[in-house]
Design a protein around this ligand. Structure first.
Ligand SMILES: *Cc1c(COP(=O)(O)O)cnc(C)c1O
Length: 482
């Protein structure tokens, strides 16, 4: 779509790939969907995939692979130590990022475990644009704490700001001055900030952060899990990058960082992860933990097949036609919802379309988890599985008090190259119906609340019998149709 214009003038996200393997989907009837979500404790993580029509839970490990990736998997060199597969991956990472050292891990959070164990000591602070669930958990587990110093624009739900993922440089300097540089474990920038709507930061912002890091001798760590989207947005929205290739932008970003880690469940459309490091000193500090937690240094818990797919996937990430598909589908969905007056995060980001549940269900207080309630209601209305990203995804404070999230979002991820435009239109249609009938949707309360990462296993029930009313309205409006 970036280059193909329609004669009609219509803005259509045209796929630059064709579908060669398909998988059958199942759309269970609405009364069955109510039963399924009830059994799942109104937690979309606990639904069975066979009961899901469009799985928009996440983009993790579910992006479609290319034919080249599949083909590469067949020629993997299976050996415990020193496999050619590993060498190919290491060479590709060096070529793309220009950082010399690499440590493989089985996924992104495993990289966070190693980084946090080595760099975070009790009482230390990690300034970052915004946290990710597993990142924060590993930092706090090691006695550290997270300071989110995103610019104020980042937390405005609706905005035109092109780089809502930027860090506030003034706040960073103030933080270092206040606590002293020895208290700062490292500075972390997350590409395509996951929890606030897949919003990018600019290359200029990263360069400004580098200057502060140089001034205080601090490490700059990039979480590159959602780098593909961020690269696309930099090329699209940052004036001085318009004439640069994706490869050149990647190199310029990487040159500013000491460490780049990633989840290959997202970056590179495979399954795995790893840490790229600039210096041998850092590499030596962390190397010992890889065999301990992950596996030997030439696989780190990844299968050789996945490593081959990752090597090809990383190269494909340098292709604008590849990385634009996600953001352009998301923009289409966001634009259509905005036209219908449905509250979503704007501008459209990467990763997915984010419904603003605080506004969508204005009558449901935060203590009754509006984003969780919206996730449950949307599944009943459509068979679509989204992910709550709001108060349910937070942890209670040490005194057991609820910590209200800055935003109450229902994230509808668009795994890359997986859905067709008609499926996206179905999603828009059912969301529109739900919005028309939003008054019927009520809140949720816990019946089972785990202490750690409660959003994964927690079970909830509706407050009052709102779900039956929603079901009745659906059957009235759609008759026998699913
Ligand atoms: C998914 C993700 C992680 C964790 O990666 P896993 O492979 O799921 O362990 C870390 N950071 C960000 C930004 C992510 O999106």
């Amino acid at each position: 779509m970036s280059t193909v214009k329609f004669f009609s003038g219509e803005d259509v996200p045209l796929e630059m790939h064709k579908v060669r393997i398909v998988q059958k989907l199942n759309l269970p009837p609405v009364d069955y969907r109510l039963k399924a979500i009830t059994e799942a404790g109104n937690n979309t993580f606990l639904l069975q995939n066979r009961d899901v029509f469009m799985d928009m839970l996440t983009d993790s490990g579910v992006n479609a692979m290319s034919d080249q990736q599949q083909a590469a998997m067949l020629v993997a060199d299976d050996s415990y130590a020193g496999s050619e597969t590993y060498n190919r991956l290491e060479t590709k990472l060096r070529e793309i990022f220009g950082l010399h050292y690499f440590l493989p891990t089985h996924q992104g959070r495993a990289a966070e475990n190693i980084l946090s164990q080595v760099l975070v000591k009790a009482g230390m602070i990690v300034p970052m644009n915004y946290h990710f669930t597993t990142t924060k958990a590993h930092i706090t587990l090691n006695g550290g704490s997270v300071e989110e110093i995103i610019t104020d624009a980042g937390l405005e739900v609706t905005s035109e700001h092109p780089f809502k993922g930027n860090m506030d440089i003034g706040k960073l300097t103030a933080l270092v001055e206040q606590h002293g540089r020895d208290k700062i474990a490292f500075v972390r920038m997350e590409a395509g900030t996951n929890l606030i709507g897949g919003q990018p930061f600019s290359l200029q912002n990263l360069a400004d952060i580098r200057q502060v890091c140089d001034r205080y001798n601090l490490l700059l760590v990039l979480d590159a899990s959602l780098l593909a989207d961020n690269l696309y947005f930099i090329k699209e929205r940052e004036e001085r990058c318009k004439s640069l290739s994706i490869r050149e932008i990647t190199r310029q970003m990487a040159a500013l960082c000491d460490i780049i880690y990633f989840s290959a469940r997202k970056l590179g459309c495979a399954r795995g992860g790893g840490i790229c490091l600039k210096t041998e000193e850092l590499y030596r500090k962390m190397r010992g933990l890889v065999p301990l937690y992950e596996g030997f240094l030439t696989y780190g818990g990844m299968s050789v097949r996945e490593m081959e797919a990752l090597t090809v996937g990383l190269e494909e990430t340098m292709d604008e036609d590849m990385i634009n598909q996600g953001p352009q589908f998301i923009r289409y969905m966001v634009d259509e919802l905005v036209k219908r007056g449905i509250p979503v995060i704007t501008p459209a980001g990467g990763l997915g379309c984010h419904l603003n549940a605080m506004e969508f269900l204005r009558h449901v207080p935060q203590s009754q988890y509006p984003a969780g309630a919206l996730a449950s209601a949307l599944y009943i209305a459509s068979g679509i599985r989204g992910m709550e990203r709001g108060t349910l995804s937070e942890q209670r404070d040490p005194d057991g008090n609820e910590v209200f999230a800055n935003m109450e979002l229902l994230r509808l991820a668009l795994p890359r190259r997986v859905f067709t435009l008609s499926q996206v239109k179905y999603a828009i249609d059912r969301i529109t119906w739900l919005h028309e009938n939003r008054g019927l949707v009520g809140g949720l309360e816990f019946i089972e609340e785990p202490e750690i990462l409660r959003f994964f296993y927690g079970r909830l029930k509706p407050i009052s019998g709102w779900q039956e009313k929603l079901l009745a309205r659906f059957q009235q409006d759609f008759g026998d149709s699913l």
